[in-house]
Design a protein around this ligand. Structure first.
Ligand SMILES: Nc1ncnc2c1ncn2[C@@H]1O[C@H](COP(=O)(O)OP(=O)(O)O)[C@@H](O)[C@H]1O
Ligand SMILES: [Mg+2]
Length: 246
């Protein structure tokens, strides 16, 4: 069995915080699987994702991406970084680049693809997300839903082995979340390995193989999507959290 992501006993301590942001968290994810991380604000969801994508270093424990351990050597870290990509809540598109250049930039600068190939891949992705006609537009002229779709295309363009999404629809007006969730669902159908932090419980239920509930830096519940979010849910704390979302 090939695990794309392996997290073992990860603890993260921020110096100015009285308790660890994460304590002894262990998780794994196989190729083609989708994991959703749910839980209240401050439970450590983003910290875990930031440790996996090297925006933070964990204090102790181990993380492996495609079998490559993080934090051991610069060379390995660089290799692992190329296998991951992160989609943020607030899109983080480059405002001074066109939509298309947002998608070609890392392909050329980081992956050293030719301009022609990067352009071909960008066009393909733009068609896939239904925004080819916006390719020469600047991000400020896009709706939030369109901007997030472009940001997903930008992430896909570097051919990651695993994609991370940190609340990809939280900054969107409710009527725009559907178009973004649809793209992520299509990726799941295409067997992209993904870790998704979300408060969209129906979506999480439908798209995930596994769901993890974090609280106070601990994994409180972990299981198959149906066990954590479906009829079979027995954990009172998780049930309360889900009903609090309305
Ligand atoms: N850079 C940081 N420095 C200090 N504390 C932080 C930092 N980032 C997050 N925290 C704290 O760590 C805890 C977990 O935060 P976070 O991972 O953002 O939670 P979540 O994404 O579940 O809302 C919170 O108490 C938060 O205040
Ligand atoms: Mg967060």
């Amino acid at each position: 069995m090939s695990n794309i992501l392996e997290i073992r006993n990860v603890t993260k301590i921020y110096p100015d915080m009285p308790r660890p942001a994460l304590e002894n968290v262990s998780l794994s994810l196989e190729k083609g699987q989708v994991l959703s991380i749910i839980g209240p604000s401050g439970s450590g969801k983003s910290t875990l994702m930031r440790c996996c994508t090297q925006l933070e270093k964990c204090t102790s424990g181990e993380i492996e991406i495609c079998g490559i351990p993080l934090g051991k050597s610069k060379e390995d870290d660089r290799k692992a970084l190329l296998k991951t990509s992160l989609v943020f809540q607030n899109f983080n598109l480059f405002p001074h680049f066109t939509v298309k250049r947002n998608i070609t930039e890392a392909q050329v600068k980081v992956l050293k693809r030719s301009k022609e190939e990067a352009s071909r891949i960008a066009d393909e992705l733009l068609k896939r997300i239904g925004l080819y006609d916006k390719k020469d537009t600047y991000p400020c002229y896009l709706s939030g839903g369109q901007a997030q779709r472009v940001s997903i295309a930008r992430s896909l363009a570097v051919s990651p082995e695993i994609m991370f999404f940190d609340e990809p629809t939280s900054a969107l007006d409710p009527e725009l979340t559907g178009e973004v969730l649809k793209i992520i669902k299509d990726l799941a159908l295409a067997k992209m390995t993904m870790v998704i932090i979300t408060h969209e419980m129906r979506f999480a239920h439908d798209v995930s193989d596994k769901v993890v509930f974090l609280e106070n830096g601990h994994v409180l519940v972990e299981g198959k999507s149906d066990e954590v979010l479906g009829e079979a849910l027995t954990n009172e704390r998780v049930r309360k959290f889900i009903s609090s979302l309305g």
